[in-house]
Design a binder for this molecule. Structure first.
Ligand code: MLT
Ligand code: ZN
Length: 455
């Protein structure tokens, strides 16, 4: 029946396609879409929504499918709306430094387009080669440069989106200043496809940065990670301040056959990136950290190839631990609370689950910690997932106690939906439900993500 409104070549219903487009990188959810459609224009997205209202279909928007919270999983016969064929860069304006992309433009393609204009798209993460701009906006993607450049939200100067009534909204038009009331653009950013299907994004680009230098330092005590951060921050403008534990390093090294960055293993490592011209100031900061005993060793990139190799130690971790089907968490607390929070979690896991291995890494410079607990060999995936589910309230209680967030950058999706109250008040959730009702009165957009279906 969809073929009445869209060309048959833009619809897939074979089992293999349903299995591919019906999910993101998460495992453990039922995957059962009824069809996948590939619109090519805004009008086709509008037509699909109108059709869905009429036919009682529900729609799951799908980008690069790199999400880690089940936000793009079609569990119960929904139609997946893939933006793979809306992958064009539509316009560029040098005065405004503004590029208009369709939602399916791959992040790395935008980064390369920006570089070709001698400009820079600064939001970056390991999945930049597959993630799409629409998905980045829908989840307000963060990544590895947030401490210097902020989140996706900070670069979105306008967007087009189709609401659950089939209205095509055109928000903010690329303006720098616009004080005309509620900024619906920012409501749609991070709404995980529950309020509208994002079809186009106007992205502001930045000036190109200088060449960057990467330093990896060994930090024996978690508390000292913040001392190192403070010491460098007072003298050097950092583009990134990431961390990983020795267990995370062991996994990524084994997976990618990488050499150790330092002569001896250390409990934690910090990866710092800064303008190459700040090397003298960075050396001074490093010496100070060494004298204080906050760091015990360090290595600095001497070329782009070496910088890339050091980044692999951090960016390859997620993929390297995937075979352990880890219990994944994406938590944030205020930066000053990081060491105490990390100790709270370590204590809880050691006491309650002594046979579980905790693999820490993440964007510690902005307070975002990726907590991954690896599945021990003796537990099946199902048994381990059940244990993870039972563990969640305890871990989220520790997050709540410090006023943190149960999802810093991956989004709520299906995975965290039932735990939203650990980070949002009853009043906030009620307002969110009210907004959902306004934007999507027929409850057809990404049902069950972020908020329980039908609410
Ligand atoms: C990362 O920072 O590596 C990504 O958010 C992916 C992950 O957390 O595994
Ligand atoms: Zn991350």
């Amino acid at each position: 029946m969809l073929a009445d409104i869209i060309d048959r070549r833009q619809i897939k219903t074979d089992a293999e396609s349903l299995a591919i487009w019906g999910k993101d990188w998460t495992n453990g959810f039922n995957v059962a879409p009824s069809a996948v459609v590939f619109p090519e224009t805004n009008q086709q997205v509008v037509d699909i929504v109108h059709y869905a209202i009429k036919a009682g279909l529900r729609l799951v928007p799908s980008g690069g499918r790199t999400g880690l919270s089940g936000g793009a999983v079609a569990e119960r016969g929904e139609v997946v709306v893939s933006f793979d064929r809306m992958n064009q860069i539509l316009d560029f304006n040098a005065e405004d430094r503004l590029v208009t992309c369709q939602a399916g433009v791959i992040t790395q393609v935008l980064q390369e387009f920006a570089a070709a204009q001698q400009l820079f798209y600064p939001v970056d993460f390991a999945s930049a080669g597959s993630s799409q701009m629409g998905g980045n906006v829908a989840t307000n993607a963060g990544g590895i440069k947030v401490i210097r450049y902020g989140l996706t939200r900070d670069w979105v100067a306008g967007l087009r989106a189709v609401t659950g009534t089939g209205a095509l909204l055109d928000c903010n038009n690329g303006l720098v200043k616009n004080a005309t009331g509620y900024d619906l653009r920012h409501l749609l950013i991070g709404s995980e496809g529950t309020l509208g299907l994002i079809t186009e994004v106007d992205v502001r680009l930045a000036a190109q940065p200088e060449p960057q230098t990467v330093m990896v330092v060994g930090v024996p005590q978690v508390l000292d990670l913040l001392n190192v951060l403070n010491c460098f921050n007072s003298q050097v403008t950092l583009s990134a301040f990431e961390f990983f534990s020795d267990l995370a390093l062991q996994k990524v090294r084994a997976h990618r056959d990488l050499p150790a960055p330092l002569a001896d293993a250390v409990a934690y490592y910090a990866l710092l990136e800064f303008d190459a011209s700040a090397m003298d100031a960075a050396s001074t900061a490093f010496e100070q950290c060494l004298n204080q005993g906050w760091v015990v060793d360090g290595v600095v990139s001497q070329s782009q190839a070496q910088a890339d190799a050091l980044w692999q130690l951090r960016e390859g971790i997620s993929e390297s631990i995937a075979p352990y089907t880890p219990y994944k968490n994406d938590l944030s607390v205020c930066i000053h609370d990081v060491p105490d929070f990390l100790a709270d979690v370590d204590r809880f896991v050691a006491e309650s689950y002594p046979d579980f291995e905790v693999c820490w890494y993440g964007h510690i410079g902005d307070g975002n910690l990726h907590l991954n607990i690896l599945r021990p060999e003796h537990l099946s995936v199902e048994e381990f997932m059940a244990k993870g589910h039972a563990m969640s309230p305890k871990i989220f209680e520790l997050v709540r106690a410090r006023g943190g967030s149960i999802s810093a950058e991956h989004g709520v999706g299906l995975l965290k939906r039932d735990f939203l109250n650990y980070s949002r008040s009853e009043q906030e959730i009620a307002l969110m439900q009210g907004l959902k009702q306004l934007f999507d009165p027929h409850q057809i957009l990404n049902p069950g993500k972020l908020l329980a279906a039908g609410v």
